[in-house]
Design a protein around this ligand. Structure first.
Ligand SMILES: *Cc1c(COP(=O)(O)O)cnc(C)c1O
Length: 359
């Protein structure tokens, strides 16, 4: 049987998740922490890895790492915790655990594309409720109407949102949680860059889960996400987890990094400060209009029809960002810039000035 007959039509219709080649470029496209560890800390890390038993399967639940995460992140003691190979895997586990024909995943658009992709992989329908065009705020009336109509099994709310960078109104999220018949997952991937969080509010609603990741705080290479919430939910979701999903090196490295949490906190604090400076510099540039951000990136709009040329101009000058123009109607003329080091941001701004002039 040829692939055209065997592969599901909805999978054939997809394009694979595209990661551009970034070799030799200033990489400001993927919300990574730009700071490496100092030499002495790397030596300590390697010493910690020396004893990692590569011949053994990892601890199946990552218990030591779970304990380190509980302490470092202030996860309420009465809440259960589930680890994923990135939060992407947690989204997949949630979808697999609830998917049935006709079941819906709901989120806010423009938002994180993996909610839609993973929902589709699992055979669920995706419902995207548009954000308000002017400021990317949650449109409460439209969202409540969609919840009433679609009765979603899973509702994902990124807080702050990617790719828009804003926090939705907390009172509006509360209304959404109360209206949803299924689970609401508040995705706090950008928690290190904001003071707002629903983590302390776990337990206030029986259907609220909070998902986080260590990716954006500086450990993207480890692939580690975590999901916190009532045990009655997580014990069920845990059943679709593949055994040993968090490998030995990730468990040891993440536990090590959390013992040096102050280092990561200093880096994310520097990124937050630099975000403010980059925002001010962008605001002062003609031809680019930044949106306020509570994350480690800034969404910015170019003059109409210029986003492609500005993106290409930056690439030609050695700076890789993310072009969002074309991804969603509300993102017309939009670019997303990850906050880098002061040097990287200076290069970005210089290249941006030239690219806008040429565009
Ligand atoms: C980056 C991102 C994630 C993905 O996190 P991983 O743990 O790296 O899989 C999840 N949610 C949002 C909103 C993100 O922007």
């Amino acid at each position: 049987m040829p692939p055209a007959d065997l592969i599901r039509p909805d999978i054939q219709a997809l394009r694979a998740y595209h990661v551009p080649d970034s070799a030799g470029l200033i990489k400001l496209d993927a919300m990574e922490n730009p700071y490496a560890w100092p030499e002495a800390l790397r030596d300590d890390w390697l010493a910690a890895l020396r004893d990692a038993p590569l011949n053994r399967y990892p601890d199946p639940q990552g218990r030591e790492l779970q304990q380190a995460l509980r302490e470092a992140m202030g996860i309420p003691a009465e809440m259960a915790l589930l680890l994923g190979n990135g939060s992407d895997e947690l989204i997949q586990m949630l979808a697999l655990a609830v998917a049935q024909p006709g079941r819906k995943v709901l989120s806010l658009d423009p938002g994180f594309v993996m909610y839609r992709m993973i929902g589709l992989f699992a055979g669920m329908d995706y419902v995207g409720v548009p954000l308000r065009a002017a400021d990317f705020a949650l449109d409460l009336d439209a969202t409540l109407a969609a919840i009433e109509r679609e009765q979603p099994a899973l509702t994902f709310i990124a807080y702050p949102n990617n790719p828009t960078g804003n926090l939705f109104d907390a009172a509006a999220i509360e209304r959404v949680i109360e209206a949803c018949p299924g689970l609401v997952i508040v995705d706090e991937a950008y928690a290190p860059f904001t003071d707002a969080s629903f983590l302390p509010r776990l337990g206030e609603w029986p259907n609220l889960l909070v998902m986080r990741t260590v990716s954006k705080m500086g450990l993207a290479g480890l692939r580690l996400g975590y999901l916190a919430g009532p045990a009655e939910w997580l014990t069920q979701v845990d059943k679709v987890r593949l055994p040993y999903n968090i490998n030995v090196l990730t468990q040891a490295s993440a536990a090590f990094a959390l013992r040096h949490r102050d280092r990561l906190d200093a880096q994310t604090a520097a990124i937050r400060a630099e975000r403010g400076r980059l925002y001010d510099a962008l605001s002062a540039l003609a031809g680019i209009f930044p949106y306020p951000s509570d994350a480690n990136f800034i969404l910015a709009r170019t003059a109409p029809g210029r986003a492609g040329a500005v993106f290409d101009g930056l690439l030609a000058r050695g700076v890789l960002i993310k072009k969002l123009d074309g991804a969603h109607p509300l993102l017309a003329d939009c670019l997303r810039l990850t906050v880098g080091t002061p040097d990287e941001n200076a290069s970005l701004l210089a290249a941006l000035k030239q690219s806008i002039a040429d565009a």
